[in-house]
Write a protein that binds this ligand. Sequence first.
Ligand SMILES: Cc1cc2nc3c(=O)[nH]c(=O)nc-3n(C[C@H](O)[C@H](O)[C@H](O)COP(=O)(O)OP(=O)(O)OC[C@H]3O[C@@H](n4cnc5c(N)ncnc54)[C@H](O)[C@@H]3O)c2cc1C
Length: 276
Amino acid sequence: MPEHFIVGRAILAGDAAHVHSAAGGQGMNTGMQDALNLGWKLALTISGAASATLLQTYESERLPNARDVLRTSQTFHHIEIPHGVIGRWIGEKIFKAIQSIRSFGDAALARVGMLNVNYEDSTLSLQDSRQAKPHTHAGWHVLDASCKIGNRANTLFDIIRGTHGNLFFFVGDNPSPSTISRLRAVEQSVAPLKSHLRTHYIVACEAGADTATSDGASVITDGAQYLQTVFGLRAPEIIYVRPDGYIGLRTQHLDDRGLVDYLDLIYAKARSEVSK
Ligand SMILES: Cc1cc2nc3c(=O)[nH]c(=O)nc-3n(C[C@H](O)[C@H](O)[C@H](O)COP(=O)(O)OP(=O)(O)OC[C@H]3O[C@@H](n4cnc5c(N)ncnc54)[C@H](O)[C@@H]3O)c2cc1C
C-alpha cells in the first residue's frame, strides 16, 4: 500500500492502491468501493462545483479502510494458506472452529460482506439527531425501505439512484404549519444547488402530502412507517444522502444556516458561482 492515494493530479484506486492476498475475497469489493467513493467527488471537482477539500476526503475515507482490509486478508491468508500439508490441515481446523462460534461467525460475515464499511469519522459525516438507530448514523450507507411517491410503490434505493445528492425533509407525525414553513425556507436556501441535489419531503400519511407539496420537490408517503422505522424518525429532521448512498448529515435543527454550512463542505464552489 502506498502512503497516499492522491499525489498532485495522480489518484490511485483498486489494486493499484492496495494489493494483497486473495484470501477472504476482498480485493474487487474494496476497489469498487474506492470507485464509488471517488467518482462523485472527482466529477464535482472537475466540473468546478466542489469545495477545495472534497477530493482529499477520498483519501481520508478510503485509506484507513484499505489498511484494515489488508490486515484482515493477511490474517485470513495465514489461517487459510499456511505452508505444508500439516499446516494447512491445522489452519482449516482453526478456521472452522472460529466460524462455528456464532457471534464470531456473524461478525466475520459482516466484515467479509463489507456491510460494516462506514465513514463515521469523516469530516463529511455530521450528526446532531438523537433519533438515529444503529447503522443509520451519519457515515453509514442508507438502508433500503419501501415507501410511495404519489400512488406509486417505490423504494429508498430507487429514489436515491443516480448521480445527485438527496435531501430528505421529514416533517414529523403531525406537522405544524410552522414546521412546514421552516422546511420550505430551508429548501429555498439550497435552491442554488438544485442541479446537484434532489429534495424530498417525507410525510407520515397521505393526508400530509398536500401540506408538504412544493415546486420541484417530491413527496414520499411513508404510511406503513417503513422509512420512519428504519431511520428511527418521529420528530422533524433533515437527512442528506451523498451521491454514493452514504448518509452525510442528520440534523434536527431545521435552520438553513447549519445546512448551508454543511453543504459548503461539498458544494462550496457551486453555491458561490450561482450567487455571483
Ligand atoms: C485468484 C484470485 C481470486 C480473487 N477472488 C476475489 C474474490 O472472491 N472477491 C474479491 O472481491 N476479489 C477477489 N480477487 C481480487 C480481485 O480480482 C482484484 O482485486 C480486482 O480484480 C482488482 O481490480 P482492479 O480494476 O483494481 O485491477 P485489475 O483487475 O488488475 O485491472 C487493471 C487493468 O489495467 C490494465 N493495465 C495495467 N497496466 C496498464 C497500462 N500501463 N496501460 C493500460 N492498461 C494497463 C491491466 O491489463 C488490467 O486490465 C481475487 C484475485 C485473485 C488473483
